[in-house]
Ligand binder design. Structure first.
Ligand code: ADP
Length: 228
């Protein structure tokens, strides 16, 4: 669960108010599109969720962690509770698919047995069974995004954020990734997708939160990309 109450974020270097008094709740199990023009504050909101940037005012809770009074030692646990995938996949180029996923698990202390058990599960979920020995450059864009998704899900985070996940993919492949995100959501993970993909937003009938100049200009249950 993600809760914001009158949250602001002002970047100290520029005095820009990137998030301007936002109140918002995203419940466990929701599927949410986060839309808005460039500079609207989408990336800042994602950074606040991951505590890569600190809130300047208000109250914010992510998966039970109160970001206003987070202790340094809690930060890794907070981040572990939020999986993330990016437009450019960010897989480690010299590691195989298996090793990319295993590495993410080792960082949080998983042992060999657990890794051997979980990796095939997430590969199956993402349709990558058989590709575990491939390096990222041997995969198609869609497969690379699936591998990134498998890695993000390996530690079973309650929340998954996808930051423009289909930006580098052709339309058919983009749809495959969106269907996969929908499936992940149906299995219980809260999914937040920041995107400019109008067609996808318009056809999926999910909650749409639209930001502009750091303000929520629209929050609709089965929303569209543009106001209708
Ligand atoms: P979006 O992801 O919707 O394009 P951002 O969250 O990146 O929007 O940006 C929101 C506003 O905050 C913009 O005006 C941007 O210039 C500003 N901003 C973003 N990151 C920083 C930063 N690290 N330092 C100063 N200003 C920033």
């Amino acid at each position: 669960m993600i809760e914001l109450k009158n949250v602001t974020k002002i970047y100290n270097s520029t005095y820009i108010m990137a998030i301007d008094n936002i109140s918002l709740e995203i419940d466990d199990g929701e599927f949410v599109f986060l839309i808005g023009p460039s500079g609207a504050g989408k990336s800042t909101l994602i950074k606040l969720i991951l505590h890569e940037e600190e809130i300047s005012g208000g109250k914010m809770k992510v998966n039970g962690y109160d970001l206003g009074r987070l202790k340094r030692r809690q930060i890794p646990y907070l981040r572990r509770s939020v999986g993330i995938v990016f437009q450019d996949f960010r897989l480690l180029p010299d590691k195989t698919v298996f090793e990319n996923i295993a590495f993410a698990m080792q960082i949080v202390g998983a042992d060999r047995r657990k890794i051997e058990r979980i990796v095939p599960q997430v590969l199956k979920l993402t349709g990558l069974t058989g590709k575990e020995k491939m390096k990222p450059h041997q995969l198609s864009g869609g497969e690379q995004q699936r591998a990134a998704l498998a890695r993000a899900l390996a530690n079973k985070p309650p929340v998954l954020i996808a930051d423009e996940p289909t930006g580098n993919l052709d339309p058919d492949t983009a749809w495959e990734i969106m269907r996969l995100l929908e499936e992940v959501n149906k299995l219980g993970t809260t999914v937040i997708v920041a995107t400019h993909a109008k067609d996808i937003v318009n056809r999926m009938n999910k909650r749409v939160i639209a930001l502009k100049d750091g303000v929520i200009v629209r929050d609709e249950k089965e929303g569209q990309y543009d106001h209708v």
